[in-house]
Design a protein around this ligand. Sequence first.
Ligand code: OFO
Length: 165
Amino acid sequence: MVSKKVENALNSQVAKEAMSSQVYLAMASWAEVQGLEGVAQFLYRHSDEERMHTLKLMHYINERGGHAEVPALAAPPRKMKHVMDVFKSILQQEVEVSQDINAIVDLCLKEKDYTTHNFMQWYVAEQIEEERLARTMLDKLNMIGEDKGGLYLFDRDLKAFGSAE
Ligand code: OFO
């Protein structure tokens, strides 16, 4: 059984993961319109992953005697300036999510909820990977700069990255 405090913290994380999914979906749509097929595929997939993170939390809350809430979501930004801004905001978002996850882990220890603490370790590991991926993409984009040919290859690589997974 989760305490009310832990349940509320998990429900607020549900809202954050759902919002991430929503934001990545908007980015994917923008990239698709720009003709950046590989970037769009990557972002659509990422949006699906965030949806999976949302559902995983919801099932856990319900299995532990709580009630997972479906949050209201704000409309995400529709237009981006540059693909670089997309990945900058992905990194920023993932760093914030990592901080939120750490805060829940901290709360679990305070509440002596070792079961939820254990459950949250999956998210801790996932965040390391997500931050690493966002940093790698940004490093590549920094190398490319304004080079259109470089961006073409970056997009093509992301397409291949998706099918290799
Ligand atoms: Fe990318 O954040 Fe979920 O956990």
